[in-house]
Design a protein around this ligand. Structure first.
Ligand code: TEU
Ligand code: CA
Length: 554
């Protein structure tokens, strides 16, 4: 059936199950913990929950290394628990989308155990094997978590490809049997009644058979594998086949995670006439603050870059029939209020401002667990407090390869580590924040005594109620879904403002990124207009308070 486009008016809440709520005292979040908080999520007003992987996994990459796609890992609970969650969520008017991780499996998946046993095993070609080149790896690609993207297997005297950890062998999508297996496992979950998928690095699945070397950045040792595999020769063909075989048969939503993808390419993936995906996660606004050695850096973004990038994605995607996700954070990114706002004096104001900037744009907004509280990065004392393999590798590269001093390296890790997003959800101000009665798998954010759900819900001026209002406005105002986007005052060094216009309404969205009062002359046509939402009570028409955001409507 031709799916309705319900996801164009939806707001998605991302739950990282491992860090959301533990209910059996093992220090690990679980499915029953999610069920316990469905009322909280319904109160926020979100429409869809995206759950990070809970399938059977050795947890080398926190569940993005899957050893059984059709079973829930016991650490999260049972399949019955999941089916109960799904039906309870639907009763709370919440849809559920799951994570589809099919660029690679775990090296503990039975398919890989068979594949590495013999070149003649029927599963051998489920993966990508190559002879070496002059006794070395087949090409110069690096894995995202350090080292070469190739690992040698004595048992078959060949190298296998892994764009991520060596425990995450890439599937061979050239093999029609692999594609069939993927479509079958997708139907297994869709037939249970889930409402769609978030697809992990889905634009990396088609590799150019030439396996050419990638560019080596001056400070790196390996070639850029993502550059060489993003948006490969058969990517669209595979997604159109997936759509024909699976997606078109269900009224669902799909979002593809797509590193290295431009708006032009994103239109190709999301134009409904092409029957591929509904929307994508692009990364351009996540790459504005890297340093000489990559992502781990104390560099901060420039507002001019953010204005240019987000405006480009507004005007060059949706305007051309595509559709975008809108996000500041997820389980791979630091906390937005630290990265893009002010996590000190103006934490609450800047969290609300960032929410306004994003939620009044065109696209489907994603709220990552804790963002609605204005959670900050987590100040850990030592590199040993971190859990993420990408973080450990980053610290090792900074200190051992680039000879960065340990304290400077730790500051860069603090700024960008994925673990900033993975500290347990703080439910109250108690010692373990109501997350667990046991030892949490990762340390809590030290500031959960001042930032937690219980205190937030008592404070009607909190970020939570502001996000609740932003979500309500989106549900009620069509101009937010369909209105034309236009950047205003492009050169302003402190203020990001834009309009949204349709036949009935026009909004003017004004967001100050300054930590001081700035002059701002509201255009005369808006001076007497209704103020839809503002993160300050007193409103002056010729200046903006620190991190003030204001939405006028005529
Ligand atoms: O992330 C893909 C990806 O590109 C990330 O490595 C991202 O670029 C990086 O973390 C930002 O610094 C997906 C998942 O979201 C991530 O959690 C997994 O580690 C990765 O794929 C492999 O499955
Ligand atoms: Ca648990």
């Amino acid at each position: 059936a031709q799916a309705t486009e319900w996801w164009k008016k939806s707001v998605v809440y991302q739950i990282y199950p491992k860090s959301f709520q533990d209910t059996n005292g093992d220090g690990i979040g679980d499915i029953n913990g999610i069920i316990e908080h469905l009322d909280y999520l319904e109160k926020l007003g979100v429409d869809v929950l995206w759950l990070n992987p809970m399938y059977v996994s050795p947890q080398v990459d926190n569940g993005y290394d899957i050893a059984n796609y059709r079973a829930i890992d016991p650490m999260f609970g049972t399949m019955e628990d999941f089916e109960k969650l799904l039906s309870e969520a639907h009763k709370h008017h919440l849809k559920i989308i799951l994570d589809l991780v099919v660029n690679h499996t775990s090296d503990q998946h039975p398919w890989f155990k068979a594949a590495e046993s013999s070149v003649d095993d029927p599963h051998h070609d489920y993966y990508i094997w190559k002879k070496g080149r002059n006794g070395q790896e087949p090409n110069n690609w690096g894995g995202s978590f350090g080292g070469s993207a190739w690992t040698y297997k004595e048992s078959v005297a060949e190298y296998y490809l892994h764009l991520f950890a060596k425990e995450q062998p890439d599937l061979n999508w050239e093999n029609p049997k692999v594609r069939e297996e993927v479509y079958d496992l997708m139907k297994f979950w869709l037939d249970k009644g889930i409402d769609g998928f978030r697809m992990d690095v889905i634009n990396l699945i088609s590799k150019n058979p030439a396996y050419l070397d990638g560019a080596v950045r001056e400070v790196e040792k390996y070639g850029d594998a993502h550059q060489m595999t993003a948006n490969g020769p058969r990517a669209h063909e595979f997604l159109q086949e997936m759509n024909r075989e699976v997606l078109s048969k269900y009224d669902i939503m799909t979002v593809g995670e797509m590193p290295r993808t431009s708006p032009e390419k994103a239109v190709e993936y999301t134009d409904p006439k092409r029957h591929e995906l509904d929307m994508i996660f692009q990364f351009e606004h996540m790459g504005l603050d890297g340093g000489p050695f990559g992502k781990f850096s104390e560099n901060r973004f420039k507002l001019s870059d953010l204005k240019q990038v987000l405006s480009k994605w507004q005007t060059e995607l949706s305007a051309h029939g595509g559709w975008n996700s809108l996000y500041w954070s997820n389980h791979d990114q630091p906390r937005p209020v630290t990265r893009f706002g002010n996590d000190g004096k103006y934490r609450v104001e800047s969290a609300k401002m960032l929410g306004t900037l994003l939620h009044m744009m065109q696209g489907t907004p994603y709220v990552f667990e804790g963002e609605e509280l204005g959670m900050t990065n987590a100040k850990f004392d030592s590199i040993n407090d971190y859990q993420d393999l990408e973080t450990f590798n980053g610290y090792k590269e900074l200190t051992e390869v680039h000879h960065v001093a340990p304290d400077a390296a730790l500051r860069a890790i603090y700024a960008k580590s994925r673990d900033n997003a993975r500290t347990p959800m703080p439910w109250n101000a108690s010692e373990k924040a109501g997350f667990t009665t046991g030892e949490p798998w990762i340390k809590l954010n030290p500031n959960n005594d001042e930032i937690n759900v219980e205190d937030t819900l008592k404070d009607f001026n909190s970020v939570f109620y502001f996000y609740q209002k932003l979500i309500k406005i989106r549900h009620e105002l069509p101009v937010i879904t369909d209105g034309v986007y236009q950047l205003v005052d492009a050169e302003n060094p402190d203020v990001f403002s834009y309009t949204r216009t349709d036949d009935d309404d026009q909004l003017l969205v004004i967001c100050s990124f300054a930590d001081h009062v700035v002059d701002y002359k509201v255009p005369t046509s808006f001076r007497d207009a209704e103020v839809l939402i503002d993160n300050y009570d007193q409103i002056e028409t010729d200046n903006l308070q620190p991190f003030e955001s204001r939405v006028y409507k005529i």
